[in-house]
Design a binder for this molecule. Structure first.
Ligand SMILES: [Mg+2]
Length: 249
């Protein structure tokens, strides 16, 4: 059961929670894969790219997977492309990769080539919670820049203003309890006043271990079927809340 009385903030995962997994794997990843080369070829004119490319270089140098493309110490930004594409194919959550992907998506969203297909219940639920004074935040493995683009260009318009905080894996891995402890501390709330919603049992377990309230999201196309071991599993965010949560207006 969700204790709405003590709840002050709701933190949401994205993929499999507010939008279909297929949008990420079938649209966003291929778009980034296709447009990364163009981004890298302009790297000389874009100073903010430099530290990201250095981070990727270091990660590649220390790569332990035998199947990874062989390391190249070339300073040509395009030399990183095979490794970056390999990381995308592995769905590796490397922070600088996520930021580079976010930069390609910015162009896609702005040109109208990309638009976020939120589940139909998401926008009404977010607006309702926001209106009731609940603080909203995102915790997703996509970079903060990508999250803001994602909610800034949805099938329900620009919803980015509803969120007060944005967290990505720079906070910490999503399957480690410590990340959720840091998250609650950053919100300046006791862990139990924060509800985390996700489709991943590993993430839910980590949040629960940190003392957060949790809610599982079961959506069509999700890779995992959440078992009854979780206290709350929903298929619609709008339907999860009692119509008038006690203590909230
Ligand atoms: Mg997810």
């Amino acid at each position: 059961m969700i204790d709405w009385e003590s709840l002050r903030a709701i933190v949401l995962d994205i993929e499999g929670t507010t939008c279909p997994v297929d949008f990420v794997t079938g649209s966003l990843f291929p778009y980034a894969r296709q447009h990364l080369g163009a981004l890298l070829s302009q790297a000389d004119q874009q100073a903010p790219l430099k530290p990201l490319l250095e981070e990727v270089h270091n990660a590649w140098k220390q790569e332990t997977a035998a199947e990874a493309p062989a390391y190249s110490d070339s300073q040509d930004p395009l030399a990183l492309l095979p490794y970056l594409q390999w990381l995308i194919d592995q769905d590796r959550k490397l922070a600088p990769l996520k930021e580079l992907q976010g930069l390609t998506w910015r162009h896609g969203y702005q040109s109208g080539a990309l638009s976020t297909p939120l589940f139909a219940d998401v926008a009404p639920a977010l607006k309702q919670w926001h209106q009731r004074g609940l603080r909203l935040a995102v915790y997703s493995s996509g970079s903060v820049a990508a999250q803001q683009l994602f909610y800034g260009h949805t099938s329900d318009g620009d919803l980015s203003g509803l969120f007060e905080r944005w967290y990505d894996t720079r906070l910490g891995p999503k399957k480690e309890a410590q990340s959720y402890t840091l998250l609650a501390a950053d919100l300046q709330l006791p862990a139990g006043a924060v509800l985390f919603i996700s489709d991943s049992s590993g993430e839910l377990a980590a949040a629960q271990a940190a003392g957060l309230q949790i809610c599982g999201s079961q959506r069509p196309g999700n890779p995992e079927t959440l078992s009854a071991e979780w206290p709350v599993v929903v298929s619609s965010l709008e339907a999860m809340a009692p119509s008038r949560p006690p203590g909230l207006r």
